[in-house]
Design a protein around this ligand. Sequence first.
Ligand code: AHG
Ligand code: MN
Ligand code: MN
Length: 339
Amino acid sequence: MPFLNTSKLVTIERHITEEGALHPSATGEFSRLLRDLTLAIRIVARDVRRSGLNDVLGVTEDVNVHGEMVKRLDIHANEVIIRAMDHGGHLCVMASEENEDLIPIPEPYHNGKYVLVFDPLDGSSNIDVNVSIGTIFSIYQRLDPTSAAPGSLADVLQPGYKQVAAGYAMYGSSTQLVYSSGNGVDIFTFDPTIGEFLLTYEKIKIPKRGKIYSINSGNSYKWEEGLRNYVRHLLSPSDDGTRPFSLRYVGTMVADIHRTLHYGGIFMYPRDTTSPNGKLRLVYEVNPMSFLVEQAGGRATDGERRILDLEPTSLHQRVPCFIGSEEDVLEVERFLREG
Ligand code: AHG
Ligand code: MN
Ligand code: MN
C-alpha cells in the first residue's frame, strides 16, 4: 500500500478541480462547495485537538467553555459546519444529526443546487478518552436544479445511489479526509505545516475478503440466530487459515469503516430484539459510508437489500447495516437467510 506520493503533491483543491473536468456539467460551484467544507473540517480538527489540550490544562475559568466544548463538541462542530456552509450559495438546504428538522439557507443568501447532510461529530462517546472521532458528509443535487426556492425534505430524502459525493474526516493520529465523487475513493492527509490536505492514497480498493469483524458483541444476547451462527462460524478455525477472524471494534463508525476500507473484513450494526432497525442513521451515516465502500469495490446491505437503493422515509431513520469486503457481506447475508 503506497504511502504519500510526494512526487505529485496534489492538494484536495487541485484534485477536485481536476476531477471536475471529468464532469463536463460540473460548474465551479461544486468545487467551491467542497472548498468551504474542507475549511469547516480544518476548523473542527483544530478544535478537536484543542479540546484534548484543555483536559490537560485542568480547571480554569475557561473550563466551562472548553468543558462545554469537549462535552458538547458535537454541537460545536455542528455550528462550525453550518456557519461555514450556509452562505456560499451552493446549497439549498442542509440536514444534520444534531438538528431535528431541516436547516434552511438563511436570508439573504442564495439557494444553490446542492444538498448537504452530515454527522458533525461521529463517535461522541469516544471524545473524552482521546479515541479517534470523525465527521461524515454526503452531497446530493436538489431534485429541481433550476429552482432557486429553499430546499425541501424531498431534496434530502433521496436514495443513496443519488449521492454526488460523500466522505468523512477522521481526527486520529493525523487528520485524514476520505472522499469520493463517484470516481473511486481517495484519501487526503492534512499537513498542518502548510494547511493543506495532500493526496496520500489514490483509488483505494477494499480486499475482496478480510479477517476482521467489527460489531458490538455486548448486544449478542439480542441478535437473531443467523447472526449468532455467522459469528460462531467466523470464530471457528478453518483448514485454509481464512478463519478465525479477529474482532476489532472502536465504537466510532468512521474509525471502524476506515480500518475496514484498508484491511478488509466486515463492519456490522445489526437489528436486535430491542432495536429493530439497529442504531445507525441511514441518511448521514450509513448512506455515505456505503457509497464509499462500494466505490472501493466493497458491498453494503441491510442484511438483504443494497443500502444505496433504500428510499429514505424520515431524516433520522435507523437502518441495520453490514458493510465491508464483498465476500464477507455476501456470507453474512447467507447466514441471515438460513436463520
Ligand atoms: P454518534 O457519535 O454520531 O452518535 O455516532 C456513534 C455511533 C457510531 O459512531 C458507532 O459505530 C456507534 O455509535 C457505536 O454504538 P455502540 O456504542 O452502541 O456500539
Ligand atoms: Mn455518528
Ligand atoms: Mn454524531
